[in-house]
Design a protein around this ligand. Structure first.
Ligand code: PRP
Ligand code: URA
Length: 209
């Protein structure tokens, strides 16, 4: 059941390198995150089921392909998830949105919840959980467990960078949830940061440090 996809498209890798660079400004980081989210969204939705609808082109009638089933839910893990969410909503403007507010305790690295809001009918929809960083995976696991408690049963997780330690923990806790990432880095450092990484994604997005 475990599934791990590394999106190694050259455009993704190029933009990711610019994001990693500590010389990239807050504005540049945000713009790149939005651009990369469009490319990652394309990959994470690649196998969505299609049906057809009857339309009339200027030339003739036809049965044309459209996405089948209920609209998607994008679930953003606050704060940094919002950087991915923004671009994804541009590609799929009708998606529903869930917000899960979590922060990491700097000493214990445990995730602490401060907000949760999700669509009532989440059980009927595919849920794509977004957060740029999968480090220890404590945040992603807690967010997805909360979404499952609400009924979500068809979930994918999308990030930019994943640490091997986080992938292992995630797959042990949630073997049924596929992971999509732009890169797998070397390891976590003693403070739980991904190395080489890109630093603190939330701080770099919002200029808070
Ligand atoms: C970051 C990141 C993830 C989490 C990953 O958020 O956006 O949510 O850390 O780390 P983990 O896999 O070890 O749980 P942070 O807690 O810094 O909050 P922020 O997005 O509000 O800055
Ligand atoms: N959260 C971040 O923002 N960066 C890391 O490297 C690890 C967790």
């Amino acid at each position: 059941m475990k599934s791990l996809t590394v999106v190694d498209h050259p455009l993704v890798q190029h933009k990711l390198t610019l994001m990693r660079d500590k010389g990239t400004s807050t504005a540049g980081f945000r713009r790149l995150l939005k651009e990369i989210s469009l490319l990652l969204c394309y990959e994470v939705t690649r196998d969505l089921k299609l049906t057809t609808m009857h339309i009339e082109t200027p030339m003739q009638e036809m049965e044309a392909p459209v996405i089948a089933g209920k609209k998607l839910v994008f679930a953003s893990i606050l704060r940094a998830g919002n950087g991915l969410l923004e671009g994804m909503l541009e590609l799929v403007p009708s998606a529903r949105v869930a917000h899960v507010g979590l922060y990491r305790d700097h000493d214990t690295l445990e995730a602490i919840e401060y907000y949760f809001k999700a669509p009532d009918d989440i059980a009927d929809r595919m849920v794509i959980v977004v957060d740029p960083m999968l480090a220890t995976a404590n945040s992603a696991i807690m967010a997805i467990e909360k979404l499952k408690e609400r009924g979500a049963n068809n979930i994918r997780f999308l990030c930019l960078l994943a640490a091997p330690e986080g992938i292992k923990a995630f797959q042990e806790a949630l073997p049924d949830v596929p992971i999509f990432t732009a890169a797998i880095d070397i390891k976590l450092n003693e403070k739980g940061y991904i190395v080489p990484g890109l630093g603190d994604a939330g701080d770099r997005m919002y200029g808070t440090k």
